[in-house]
Design a protein around this ligand. Structure first.
Ligand code: UDP
Ligand code: MG
Length: 313
């Protein structure tokens, strides 16, 4: 019997966790030919999430949980879940039912009968999302695909089912600053995309502010492209030329406006320098974090062991 591991990162999801469990079981009932495990990862929730998890786990032996010592972020939660998963297939799902459980059926069918290693999902609409947010999201995908080598599908969710080989490949990427959308694409493997319309959260509220998303997209770019370093270099060279040129022009005709112009030039050069230093600093910051090689998460409590089967060395 093949086994499916369902990894569910949860941060303050007490409102929705029981609903999620009920809904996912409706789908799992239709998949009786498979063994399964549900691994809830409590990402340092401050509400009753963990106690709901332990309750579910005590009542149902398919349910496992991992609880972090603090909030490490969804990326760490997904990583921990995958590391502890032992299924032939692993799937990542949000707790808020924005990832429709019934899609598990076509996903598994595809992996069983077609020559794919992974089935991903993408939202084709962003209904119910603030338009400004959708706009910036689209911009991000466009920029990201232009400047990085990885191909990131617009609207792709983290909701995806992968074969063990691909899961192992993702786990093997040990970097600390994780941008999973990029990692999934970087490891390759054949992916089929299922499209669906955006669904609003079943209960509770989103953990991602606009600011969080902005920071996350910068992380993504820094993780998968060094083009910004090149941009800052080219910009620097260009501005040097311009300033020399300006100096010559204004030396030739000493007008009174010169002071204002010098002021503007200095201001602009200062700004550009800060921008370039900022870009470099961002990469240095990432390098610094990787060099420290800190754990991506710390567990305070769990009832599932790290999987040490096929992907152990
Ligand atoms: N999440 C997490 N850690 C965090 C933030 C979010 O594990 O620091 C989980 C959250 O519980 C949910 C999923 O990641 O299961 C997606 O979060 P959310 O629904 O808030 O994001 P949105 O769907 O609004 O982008
Ligand atoms: Mg959500």
């Amino acid at each position: 019997m093949k086994k499916i591991s369902i990894v569910v990162p949860c941060y303050n999801e007490e409102d929705v966790l029981s609903i999620f469990y009920k809904e996912i079981n409706k789908t799992l009932l239709k998949l009786t030919q498979y063994d399964y495990e549900i691994i809830f990862v409590d990402d340092g929730s401050r509400d009753g999430t963990l106690s709901i998890m332990t309750k579910l786990s005590n009542a149902d032996s398919h349910v496992r949980y991992i609880s972090f010592s603090r909030n490490f972020g969804k990326e760490s939660a997904m990583y921990a879940g995958l590391e502890h998963s032992s299924g032939d297939y692993a799937v990542i799902m949000d707790a808020d039912l924005q990832d429709p459980p019934e899609l598990l059926i076509p996903m598994i069918k595809t992996l069983e009968s077609e020559d794919y290693d992974c089935v991903g999902t993408r939202r084709v609409t962003r209904k119910g999302e603030p338009p400004i947010r959708s706009f910036f999201a689209r911009m991000f995908y466009r920029v990201m695909n232009k400047i990085s080598d990885v191909d990131i599908i617009s609207g792709a969710r983290d909701y995806r089912m992968m074969r063990r080989e691909m899961v192992d490949a993702v786990i093997d990427m040990k970097e600390y600053s994780r941008f999973s959308k990029g990692l999934f694409s970087w490891v390759g493997f054949k992916t089929k995309w299922i499209e669906y319309e955006n669904i609003e959260r079943a209960a509770g509220e989103t953990k991602w502010s606009f600011w969080n998303l902005l920071v996350y997209s910068i992380e993504g770019i820094v993780a998968f492209s060094t083009r910004p370093l090149m941009i800052s270099l080219v910009l620097g060279i260009l501005l040097c030329f311009v300033s020399v040129l300006l100096a010559i022009v204004f030396a030739a005709k000493s007008s009174l406006d010169m002071l204002a112009l010098i002021f503007c030039t200095v201001l602009m050069l200062g700004g550009v320098q800060l921008l370039c230093i900022g870009i470099m600093g961002k990469y240095l910051d990432k390098t610094y974090l990787e060099v420290k090689a800190r754990p991506k998460y710390l567990i305070s409590e769990k009832n599932v062991e790290k999987y040490n089967g096929k992907h152990s060395e």
